[in-house]
Design a protein around this ligand. Structure first.
Ligand SMILES: [Cu+2]
Length: 135
């Protein structure tokens, strides 16, 4: 009986320590190293990037990213709502309009066929503004 009691006492004494160890091992690491944002220095190339045939604009809460986009005539611009509330990308002159885009949804607008700049806004949040330039 005596040795058994002693063992039990030892176990009890070691219990909290063991538990602490185990629990620290069991904690699932939520910090996934998914962000591979390598701080690679961007070379400052003086060459202007060519006007793209495709473009994307993200709707955020509450801004467009990028707010100013330059594309070629007739370019189909993909607009994705990465925010949490519906937004629109609406040309002030009515040339193009996504209509309401739900959070997580994607819409497209076709850039005008003539060179020029079209300012646009969000019909719901008039302070969300941007410019689509065709050149
Ligand atoms: Cu909006």
């Amino acid at each position: 009986m005596r040795p058994l009691l002693r063992a039990a006492t030892l176990l009890l004494a070691a219990g909290p320590v063991l538990t602490g160890c185990v629990s620290s091992f069991m904690v699932p690491g939520p910090e996934e190293t998914g962000s591979t944002a390598a701080p690679s220095p961007e070379p400052s190339s003086p060459a202007p990037s060519p006007t793209p045939f495709a473009g994307t604009v993200a709707m955020r809460d509450f801004s467009f990213e990028p707010a100013d986009l330059t594309v070629r005539p007739g370019t189909v611009v993909t607009v994705t709502n990465t925010g949490t509330t519906p937004h629109t990308l609406t040309a002030q002159d009515g040339t193009f309009d996504t209509g309401p885009v739900a959070p997580g949804a994607t819409a497209t607008v076709t850039a005008p066929s003539q060179p020029g700049a079209s300012s646009y806004l969000c019909a719901f949040h008039h302070f969300m503004r941007g410019t689509l330039t065709v050149s």
